[in-house]
Design a protein around this ligand. Structure first.
Ligand code: URA
Length: 197
């Protein structure tokens, strides 16, 4: 009998995976957090600190993400946090379309296991996979139906937000991020989605 796929088996399998050339220069970083999370944050790719520790969003952008979560009463352990690309691109360059495509099955498996009600694409790389024609400038802070409710299944939403690292380089985006997190909280409350299971 085949063993069931869990987050732990995914983590183990990712260590042996060679489907993306970035594995030659970086360590694998799968998502982490609450396996029953209703809200799943999706970033771009690990940075230096994430590569060192093998955990997502633990560097400067991650600290800002923790702060933003705190402003709406959510702790990091309540949600699930992952990335599109599972390895740090050299010198933190943008991931290529090929790298994003190669790594995407891991994110899809994480989503299939977590079954979030809301995904929060952080920045254009994560948003681009789900909504190819929507720019982060136009789509941030607004819910988009990812899968409309059908049968007895509830809707799944995307709520795009600027990438926290963008605000570290461009101070003007800082307030937009605080405002978008507030809008996310209002949306979760309106939908009756409790981020703390
Ligand atoms: N930026 C990301 O997109 N992901 C991380 O894990 C860290 C920084």
């Amino acid at each position: 009998m085949k063993e069931p796929i869990t987050l732990e088996t995914l983590r183990e399998k990712l260590k042996d995976w060679k489907g993306c050339a970035l594995h030659k220069t970086a360590n694998p970083v799968l998502g982490e957090g609450n396996p029953h999370a209703t809200v799943m944050f999706i970033g771009e790719a690990p940075g230096q600190k994430e590569d060192e520790l093998g955990r997502p969003f633990v560097g400067a952008a991650g600290q800002f993400l923790d702060e933003l979560l705190g402003t709406i009463g959510i702790e990091r352990k309540d949600v699930y946090i992952s990335n599109v690309v599972k390895y740090r691109p050299p010198a933190n360059r943008d991931p290529t379309p090929e790298e994003k495509e190669q790594c995407m099955p891991w994110l899809m498996l994480e989503m299939a296991l977590i079954k979030p009600r809301v995904i929060v694409p952080l920045g254009r790389h994560a948003l681009g996979h789900f909504f190819a024609k929507l720019s982060i400038t136009d789509g941030h802070g607004k819910p988009q139906a990812l899968r409309p409710a059908e049968g007895d299944k509830e809707s799944v939403w995307a709520f795009p937000i600027y990438h926290p690292a963008a605000a570290l380089h461009n101070g003007n985006l800082r307030q937009a991020l605080f405002d978008d997190f507030k809008a996310l909280k209002t949306f979760l409350d309106e939908q009756g989605i409790k981020p703390k299971p």
